[in-house]
Design a protein around this ligand. Structure first.
Ligand SMILES: [Zn+2]
Length: 315
């Protein structure tokens, strides 16, 4: 296997760098890529995080995987890309310094924006080697995602991998144009998108969900053998549609249900108040489903997304 210009022999590993661009100070920015290849042939799994620079939970998941040596496979190859948008990670921002969202810049181009160049080099240097991808995300800003895998339900293999990952929620999520998921799927790669927690946080429960999911998938692919306590297996809840509820007015916001809770139409799930004890407006669920994301901002403006509710699918 020759990746990023370096030959990795069976049973060997290397830390390589994706060399995409420089800072305005001429300092080169290198994106570390850690490759471990087994002596025995098998599939290649890419574990990646930090596509959005302020989404830290996944970075911690992959750090632990490397720290514990879980990225050394018994067969096949494991590629770890703990911090993809390293520019954003430097200052804990979602976007690249040019303000572009890397996850709306795929498949990219060599002469395009900084984000497009990142995407282009990834698609050229990394993607051709990869069979399976697990990409870690969190909700944006204060929006806290209940742990979930997003995939396309009519792709049976992805759905099966999602079930193996065993998150509490599995959401049918169609491809958004110019995302990494759309580009990889066009090339026939199988991808799971993990969403859990919120930005600028390391949340232990979310990190554990991510770590356990990776262990399960690697075991299923016979790339590692982990002791997995199947008595802790859950039956994931499958959701085939989701909708945001928005703040009916500006004010202080408090949810009165927990993230992940099941709600029925008419349930009071939160309140928006003024700070002076005068107004208090109840937020009611408009349909039956599960809270898949909760906005934890104490102050909201009219129209802000405050609850993301998923409708249960019949599978
Ligand atoms: Zn993200």
């Amino acid at each position: 296997m020759v990746i990023l210009g370096k030959e990795i022999l069976p049973g060997k590993g290397a830390q390589l760098n994706l060399d995409v661009a420089k800072l305005h100070t001429s300092t080169p920015i290198l994106v570390p890529v850690i490759v471990e290849r087994a002596k025995v042939d098998g599939p290649t799994v890419l574990l990646m995080a930090g596509l959005h620079g302020d989404e830290i939970n996944g970075v911690e998941v992959i750090r632990r995987i490397i720290r514990k040596g879980f990225n050394k496979p018994l067969r096949g190859t494991i590629i770890c890309l703990p911090v993809f948008n390293i520019f954003g990670f430097l200052n804990l921002k979602r976007e690249l310094p040019d303000g572009r969202d890397l996850n709306r810049s795929f498949p990219g181009s060599e002469s395009g924006s900084l984000a497009a160049q990142f995407a282009y080099h990834f698609m050229k240097e990394i993607t051709p080697h990869v069979d399976y991808v697990i990409d870690f995300h969190t909700g944006s800003s204060q929006r806290n995602n209940f742990p979930q895998i997003r995939c396309i339900f009519n792709d049976e293999e992805s759905l099966e991998l999602a079930r193996i990952f065993n998150p509490p929620l599995i959401l049918n999520s169609s491809h958004i144009p110019k995302t990494i998921r759309e580009s990889l799927s066009k090339q026939g790669k199988k991808m799971l998108l993990f969403e859990g927690g919120k930005t600028n946080s390391i949340e232990e429960l979310i990190v554990e969900e991510g770590l356990n999911g990776v262990k399960r998938v690697l075991s299923y692919l016979e790339m590692r053998s982990f002791k997995i306590d199947i008595s802790k297996d859950r039956t994931p809840i499958y959701l085939d549609q989701s909708k945001w509820l928005r703040a009916p007015n500006s004010g202080m916001f408090q949810a009165t249900v927990k993230n992940g809770a099941r709600v029925v139409k008419g349930d009071t799930i939160g309140i928006v108040t003024d700070p002076y004890g005068k107004n208090e407006r109840k937020i009611k669920a408009t349909f039956e489903g599960y809270i898949i994301c909760l906005n934890e901002s104490p102050v909201v403006y009219k129209g802000d997304a405050i609850f993301h509710i998923g409708k249960e699918a019949r599978i």
